[in-house]
Ligand binder design. Sequence first.
Ligand SMILES: NC(=O)c1ccc[n+]([C@@H]2O[C@H](COP(=O)([O-])OP(=O)(O)OC[C@H]3O[C@@H](n4cnc5c(N)ncnc54)[C@H](OP(=O)(O)O)[C@@H]3O)[C@@H](O)[C@H]2O)c1
Length: 341
Amino acid sequence: MAAIAVPWDSKAATADEQGNGDRDMTSKTPAVPAVALGTWAWGDSGEAGDGYFGSQLTAYGRREVAEKALSNGFTLWDTAVVYGMGRAETALAQALKGYARGEYQLSTKFTPQAAGDGDDPVADMLEQSLDRLGTDYVDMYWIHNPADVARWTPRLIPLLRSGQIKHVGVSNHNLKEIALADQILGKAGFRVEAVQNHYSLLYRSSERAGILDHCREHDVPFFSYMVLEQGALTGRYGPARPLPEGSSRATVYNGVLPQLRALTDRMAAIGADRGAFAADVATAWAIAKGTTPIVGVTKADHIDGLVRARGIELADEEIAELEALADAAGVDTRGFWEHEM
Ligand SMILES: NC(=O)c1ccc[n+]([C@@H]2O[C@H](COP(=O)([O-])OP(=O)(O)OC[C@H]3O[C@@H](n4cnc5c(N)ncnc54)[C@H](OP(=O)(O)O)[C@@H]3O)[C@@H](O)[C@H]2O)c1
């Protein structure tokens, strides 16, 4: 599949060279894909209104998504304990059952707010994730947010050394917090290998804060989450067809859907010229900005959209026009869990 870069290979050798790692970090290194797959909605319980997304996903449907994703070369899955408090990880393992472990990559997270009170809450949370995911390692482990960088980051080092974590990244961190995590890992010969932040046409704080430039300059892949603003940027939802009643995303977005119309209409028109849809253009925009979007796929058809998005090349004028329309919408979609960048 199309890979935008493989920066982890070259940097990863450092730990071994310094004698700080007892694993071959250069083997089985995943290429950074054009698009990764998100599973937050997979943590919903299946009852409408019961869960953040109000999605009614079935095991059959999720399996369809997984099969179609893998057969189209989308193999990197992003999840977290807190997506349905374990439900998303369990659902993901079910959907991938029968595939060889080498055919896909798993990324999950340590969420400080969900830490237990044992001696090593990071190791404990990882162990529980590994159990639910049915594996003995994750390809990428993220610190979910910068609640206490100095406290939690060092805990990753023994897990990197043991090979339970192949790579480490930070999420929702600003430049200063990324630098601190990098410094802590650097003392042991490791480093922040990826950054995962909210980044969409409507929410470009990581770009404005210089995090995208920082990542580009240091060969650190930037993964953008919520490029579709949880469905609000797909063009599929509008005042006449709101997001599922009773869901948290409906509370956040239904009130601003009228303001998004000019943007989603323009994305739909740009897409129509290429046999694609508004959602595909929103994803293509994130790829064009040099990031790897993590798209929360809930239907097998969404994989077709990712295939289209992967093939779309937006002109500079189109990018500028979409960003101007996004700014003109005047909405702030910062998540309740995010702080200023
Ligand atoms: N690190 C963090 O703090 C953090 C925070 C948020 C998200 N994330 C990660 O990023 C992933 C993506 O974010 P998200 O799932 O919240 O939101 P998202 O990707 O912006 O939107 C997902 C929603 O968009 C719709 N959709 C998905 N693919 C589509 C396609 N190709 N065409 C049309 N519609 C499509 C689906 O809505 P319907 O089901 O209604 O069709 C889906 O529920 C998450 O799943 C999670 O893995 C990380």
